[in-house]
Design a protein around this ligand. Sequence first.
Ligand SMILES: [Ca+2]
Ligand SMILES: [Ca+2]
Length: 426
Amino acid sequence: MLPRVLALVALGILHLPWSSTQGCLSKQQVANTIRQMQKLLSSHEAAQLQNMRNLKKQLTLLQGNIQKQVAKRNESCTLLPAPLNGRRLGKKTLVGHDAHFLCDPGFLLEGSETRTCLDNGTWSGQQPFCKNINDCTSNPCANGGTCVDGTHRYSCLCPSGWSGATCQAPVYSYWVTLSNSSFSRQPRCAENVLGSRQCSCDTGFQMRAGGICQDVDECQLFQSSRLTRICLHECVNLPGSYRCTCPAGYRLQADKSTCSDVDECAENQHNCSRGQMCINVFGGFRCLQPECPKPQLNTSYVKTSAAQCERSPCPMDSKACQRAANSISFHYLPLQSNRTVPRVLFKMSTSRFVGDSLRFAILGGNSQGMLAVQRADRQTGELMLTRPAVGPTVLEAELEMSEFARKVPLGKHIFKVTVFVSQYEF
Ligand SMILES: [Ca+2]
Ligand SMILES: [Ca+2]
């Protein structure tokens, strides 16, 4: 604006009527010119003032707008609602102010406990809500009741036969429909002075739905696992108890759970004929009558006891007879199935040891590597079980014990061993 005024003034000077170079201006002309210039300046001054006033007005307007905007910003956060089942503390919504939230008893606040009005007109954090505390988390309903969560409480939906706040009380009206089966019985009840009934079940029974005392199946509970089994052999469930049974040939022991073999021979419970030996085995007995070898090549044996044959004296010239065994003995061994190994089954020795060494060997049998002989000491050999024998089976082995004096054979003895392996591990 100012440069324009100066330009106008300069223009006025240029238009002064003394442009004529021929002569001096008259006094009148100078006075007129000065008046014109004064007028011009006055009008410029008035315009200038008007411009200044306009500028000031605009500045005031601008200032007012800015103040309005600041004031508007100070109330830009909207009032937050209180959560359902809870309260809001603090109603101010200006920038920098906080709102706090609380929940009613039985409810848990989830979200921001405090929110602050921010410069941009929004609240910090998340709008909280009040969550009902689950009163069912402790599984308060007994006997298969279904817990229903409520506000600061729970309720139980009881299966038929149970009632009470936690389904703890049997409904005794079910008694009338109770069958007379011996595996279910009525409880024994007593009423106390306050009129409430206290009921209990006999030993071996458990209270079930409907107030029935139901037999505990001990066999199902314990017998299936090797660690907890209650019977060595089989378990039979009984009303209020159980019973262990044993297979034929065994007897239940005083502990009511284990079985032991019946010695039929000792108890005279066998049917062996005269002349037969009764051999007791696990789970049974055997009637046996071992025979001596038939005479051949000048060699004959005589039975000196029920399980022993001795060679008859040899003719002087019969080498075959002299090479034959001096004695043959029969040995019958009972053995439980699947016993641990190695295990000594049998020991052989001689009471008439005249030589200087003994040798032991297995001549034959059906043991297929399950049996072996070894020397126990100078005069004794052992028959060993080297692999577990699973019954029922019969193992046979023919053992030879030879006697030497300075490596010259003096004689030999045959041991015919029969091992009766039982069906069970007892
Ligand atoms: Ca039972
Ligand atoms: Ca027996």
